[in-house]
Design a protein around this ligand. Structure first.
Ligand code: ADE
Length: 285
């Protein structure tokens, strides 16, 4: 993070990349360095205050600042923050490939080779996020962006929680997205590192099947399916990935495998976890 204070006038804003309830993300270039492309998240102060989102925006800024220091390749980096009368601005890494969900929708489902490559990166990144005391709490393919060369970057830390800080949030109110929410949150209002592991299990299923495991006609039906562990297996997925998803999707978080146990699963036999460079370069070589 540069100590130089930046302002919206330092950037040329281009097309909109996405929007949420109180923010819009734009592609932008630095006027002083036009070859540098960023994604700038613009949050309306009026909306943040009206919709009681001050806490979430503060958490997002603090978490991204904390994580940016380590330069992990799997996390969108926060370069600058500033504000004017109307808005708060987060200047982030630009991920040219957009949301992983859009790619999944375009291709239907991923081959096991691709699913393994993507989920291995997400396991590596989530392990790092957890090592910093942070639980993401909303891991899903919309919050994973595609960078160059098939590298993934996790974004949207607005609902994260830091177990090392008392941020007025004990990590237990319903945040996140119905399809990926863990049974412990639904049943006991409990959220822990293992809840992110649950979401990764849902994502692995979705990668090979095309849609998430638990999906009802409304949120209540989805929640009922989650707590009764009711999900179908369609398509001819091989036994290895089916067994791994079954291992991860356990109702009791204390029975759920940790990320380091998951890395030892037979399905990941071909992955060299110690070789970061190879893990992230993946199958392009
Ligand atoms: N959409 C949302 N955030 C983005 C980012 N950082 N890069 C590209 N597209 C995005």
């Amino acid at each position: 993070m540069s100590s130089l204070k930046r302002s919206p006038h330092d950037f040329v804003f281009k097309q909109e990349l996405g929007n949420g309830s109180y923010s819009r993300v734009y592609k932008a270039v630095d006027k002083g360095e036009p070859q540098r492309v960023y994604a700038v998240k613009v949050c309306s102060k009026r909306h943040i205050i009206n919709e009681n989102k001050v806490k979430y925006v503060t958490i997002e800024k603090n978490t991204l600042n904390l994580l940016a220091r380590a330069h992990h390749p799997g996390i969108v980096k926060l370069h600058y923050t500033f504000h004017d009368e109307e808005n708060l601005y987060f200047v982030l890494d630009f991920a040219a490939g957009g949301e992983l969900l859009a790619l999944l929708h375009r291709v239907g489902r991923f081959s096991e080779i691709w699913a393994r490559h993507f989920i291995a990166q997400l396991i590596d990144t989530t392990e790092f996020i957890h090592s910093q005391g942070v639980i993401h709490r909303d891991l899903k393919p919309e919050n994973v962006l595609l960078h160059r060369d098939g590298r993934l970057m996790v974004t949207d830390f607005g609902t994260a929680t830091n177990v090392n800080r008392d941020n007025g949030d004990k990590g237990a109110s319903f945040v996140g997205t119905a399809e990926y929410v863990s049974p412990e949150l639904l049943l006991y209002n409990q959220c822990e590192f293992a809840s992110d592991v649950w979401a990764l299990g849902c994502m692995l299923y979705q990668f090979v099947q095309g849609s998430p495991p638990f999906r009802g006609e409304n949120e209540l039906q989805t929640f009922e399916k989650i707590v009764s562990l009711e999900y179908p297996w369609a398509n001819n997925t091989t036994g290895g990935v089916v067994a791994l998803v079954r291992r991860i999707l356990t109702l009791d978080p204390s029975d759920r495998p940790t990320l380091s146990a998951i890395k030892q699963d037979k399905w990941f036999e071909s992955v060299d976890w110690r070789n970061r460079e190879l893990l992230w370069r993946g199958i392009w070589q």
